[in-house]
Design a protein around this ligand. Structure first.
Ligand SMILES: CC(C)(COP(=O)(O)OP(=O)(O)OC[C@H]1O[C@@H](n2cnc3c(N)ncnc32)[C@H](O)[C@@H]1OP(=O)(O)O)[C@@H](O)C(=O)NCCC(=O)NCCS
Length: 144
């Protein structure tokens, strides 16, 4: 298995996300080529993908790194590993690679959120050193 950053969008990447996104969200549509290109081309976001031993894309996460007045911040979003490939350390490898990149970019912290019912994900993050943070998480939903 290897972790790499997607630097261009091709049919394989679009197809991989068509398979992965439904395993992450019941409501979000899979991103098309343009949406993936926007992520790949932005200097603020890195699309990391995991490939299995035969080169198939079996997982992904998106790392956002940006500077704000109080420092450099990093966020991990949309972590997902294909159901058939789970339990083999791919999720841990993806998150580990993201932490490494965030540190290299000068971010002293890496944030993420995970719903409590995502048990495997919550266990994984704690195992990798993430600690719950006491803060209120708010969301404004347009048109709600
Ligand atoms: C969370 C997720 C990314 C973890 O990926 P993964 O490649 O299975 O991660 P790892 O193998 O590194 O660790 C998974 C944990 O599940 C355990 N596990 C073992 N077999 C498993 C299986 N068949 N299926 C799922 N988890 C399994 C692992 O032992 C490990 O447990 P531990 O943390 O207590 O040691 C994956 O389960 C997933 O995509 N879930 C659905 C989407 C999701 O919840 N994303 C997180 C959003 S915040």
């Amino acid at each position: 298995m290897r972790i790499e950053e997607a630097t261009q969008v091709d049919e394989e990447l679009v197809a991989a996300f068509a398979a992965l996104v439904p395993q992450l969200s019941r409501s979000a549509p899979a991103p098309g080529r343009e949406a993936l290109e926007a992520i790949v081309e932005s200097s603020a976001t890195s699309l990391l993908v995991a490939r299995d031993d035969v080169g198939r894309i079996v997982g992904s996460l998106t790392l956002a790194i940006f500077r704000i007045p109080t420092g450099v911040r990093a966020w991990i979003e949309d972590v997902v590993v294909d159901e058939g490939a789970r339990g083999g350390g791919i999720g841990a490898a993806l998150v580990g690679a993201a932490i490494e990149r965030a540190e290299r970019a000068g971010s002293r912290t890496v944030d993420l959120t995970s719903r409590p019912d995502r048990e495997a994900a919550n266990r994984l993050y704690v195992r990798l050193g993430f600690a719950p943070r006491t803060t209120n998480v708010y969301r404004y939903t347009s048109g709600a």
